[in-house]
Design a protein around this ligand. Sequence first.
Ligand code: FES
Length: 162
Amino acid sequence: MKLLDDLSLPESPQSTTRRRFLSTTTLGALGVTLAGTLAICGRFLWPSVLFEAPSRFLAARIGDVLRRPILFLRKRRVYVVRDERGVFSESAVCTHLGCLTRPNPGNDGFFCPCHGSRFALDGTVIKGPAPDPLAHFKTEQRDEHLWVDVSVEEDRDVRIKV
Ligand code: FES
């Protein structure tokens, strides 16, 4: 047995390098394949949905509306407005190119800082270039609170008596 061992040729440094190279390359390719497969499988563990705030939300208390004629819900891009006929909610997004409008300093309407459109308190266009009035949204009173649903447009004449 010893004779056979003595006869076997020692591995050359070159073949060892080739073997290591092939092993490393094979393991690397397997690793990359496995990582890609896991990434693709992991992608299906999370739903492909866009998480948005609910369209119906608690907008204000009646007391807040009675104190101020315009409540600007900036995050929701909505105004809750009180005029002589009652309370309603309307979009704060300009109908020209979508800028966020602001209440006039006298709270008698709204203006758009982008191109100068002006709107009456009920959202009617007073001065362009905005082509359309501000949209009104469905507004409901529950106890002492006002709820607004921005997914439902409301007729422009609808008001809540407070
Ligand atoms: S975006 Fe409001 S006037 Fe142009």
